[in-house]
Design a protein. Structure first.
Length: 369
């Protein structure tokens, strides 16, 4: 009996190559990428950036992410976007990564885009199996080193059966585009943090973006100092081991000097750090009353909600004000924000600005013809 044929995932209808990026469309693509980096939340940026490129450059699917390779270890992908590919694609690659001749060639010449046709893609059994499963017959791949993070950014563009191989012009185009993609991605991380801080008035909080392995991608200026409150010897860019354990478990951390919350944003995590206040530590009941009062409830409503006498609620509020050294509800709300992580923050990072009428066309948003 013949073995069952492997399923081939066709991500889009096969058409002849028709999009050739010239100098004009290349420039407009750059403007569009930087515009998206300013406006899009972290979890949306890579997909929107690939949408913008695919409108001007012919490919069927892509894989874009961050990876590392220790001197004595194997290549590891930290965070990635399989574009027009299933979410399990990185796991399939992980099974055959020792036979990935594309990665080997790209890492030999960082910054140089390598062009693999069918013959090269199907030269090793593992890579051939992966490519055949998705009908891929042509690939462009570029690696950009990020030495300050001890990481590399990679982008692979794929064409499927029935499409012509990538040309030398297309290889050079993607080689020129990759540094801009990496710069736009880094800018997007930083701008996302700024938007989160602005939208939450987050007081003494320090913010950063990390991947699932605890690698710190970008942070505000206070984060390094905040981490060293708890771990004086920490140098980065990998988070301290106790924080990595909490990251893997998806649980908040509270230490002697620092409390940390973790917020999922796509394939990355936003970390929210605050110094622990040892002055005015509230009891669980006082903390509950303080939260309700700062949220707008009066002492009678709090008493009714908690099933206590109004005089008891007022007594607790007096103790809360005394311990926290505040004199009104506004000060109380700010103090609670500064003290810890009971107050939720909005991590969406949505832009507070809108494009002016006509600006997208004026600043490089090229329509698809």
């Amino acid at each position: 009996m013949d073995a069952p044929k492997q399923k081939v995932f066709n991500s889009m209808p096969i058409q002849p190559s028709r999009l050739v990026m010239n100098t004009e469309t290349f420039g407009k693509t750059l403007l569009e990428l930087y515009r998206i980096s300013r406006l899009a939340p972290i979890q949306n940026f890579q997909r929107l950036a690939m949408d913008a490129i695919s409108a001007r450059f012919d490919f069927d699917s892509a894989w874009w992410g961050m990876a590392s390779q220790p001197l004595d270890g194997q290549l590891e992908v930290h965070a990635s976007l399989p574009y027009r590919l299933p979410a399990f694609y990185p796991g399939l690659w992980d099974d055959i990564k020792e036979q990935d001749t594309i990665a080997d060639a790209a890492m030999l010449e960082p910054g140089t885009c390598v062009n693999f046709g069918r013959k090269q893609l199907y030269a090793s059994p593992g890579l051939a199996s992966l490519m055949a499963r998705f009908g891929i017959t042509s690939c462009l791949c570029t690696v950009t080193l990020l030495p300050e993070l001890k990481l590399m950014a990679f982008l692979s563009l794929y064409r499927m059966e029935g499409k012509p191989a990538f040309t030398e012009h297309e290889r050079r185009t993607m080689q020129m585009l990759m540094p801009h993609l990496t710069a736009a991605l880094s800018a997007n991380w930083m701008l996302h943090l700024e938007r989160v801080r602005a939208s939450n008035a987050s007081g003494r909080a320090s913010l950063g973006v990390v991947d699932k392995r605890g690698m710190l991608y970008v942070a505000d200026q206070a984060l390094t100092a905040a981490l060293r409150l708890e771990w004086p010897q920490w140098r980065g860019p990998l988070l301290p081991e106790p924080l990595v354990r909490h990251l893997l478990a998806g649980t908040p951390y509270r230490g002697q000097r620092l409390s940390v919350r973790l917020h999922s944003v796509g394939d990355l995590w936003l970390i929210d750090l605050r110094p622990v206040s040892h002055v005015g530590r509230l009891s669980p009941r006082e903390s509950e009353i303080a939260q309700q009062f700062s949220a707008g409830s009066n002492y009678k409503e709090i008493a009714r909600d908690l099933g206590i006498a109004p005089t008891t609620a007022r007594h607790h509020l007096r103790e809360i004000y005394r311990k926290l050294e505040v004199s009104d509800k506004a000060e109380l709300a700010h103090k609670l924000m500064d003290m810890g992580h009971d107050v939720d923050i909005n991590v969406e990072g949505l832009s507070m600005f809108e494009e002016l009428p006509g600006a997208p066309m004026g600043f490089g948003c090229l329509p698809v013809e």
